[in-house]
Design a protein around this ligand. Structure first.
Ligand SMILES: [Zn+2]
Length: 95
């Protein structure tokens, strides 16, 4: 048996997954890469949690429409508010 004809993309590492995460959620990865990411997520609880938090953050910021201080989301769980804070820090240039 030979599997030469079966193309297997390189496995995605946790570090790569974090780098691809937003592209994955935006659906802009190639189908091969998206499949590799999905396979990694199925096997890696840590990255699965990371994607979950990122997706929640993106949905909250899209729902808000405009950037608002994380303090205005009193109902959000602590880990979501922390993710929002990190997103705001990354977005706003430090003065
Ligand atoms: Zn992982």
């Amino acid at each position: 048996m030979s599997d030469e004809t079966f193309f297997e993309p390189d496995p995605v590492t946790c570090r790569q997954l974090v780098a691809f995460a937003s592209d994955y959620l935006d659906g802009v990865l190639s189908s091969e890469r998206a499949r590799a990411v999905a396979e990694h997520l199925a096997a890696c609880a840590g990255c699965h949690d990371h994607i979950d938090q990122l997706r929640t953050t993106i949905e909250l910021t899209r729902t808000a429409g405009q950037a608002r201080p994380p303090g205005e989301y009193p109902g959000a769980p602590a880990h979501v508010r922390e993710a929002l804070l990190a997103a705001f820090r990354a977005r706003r240039p430090q003065r």
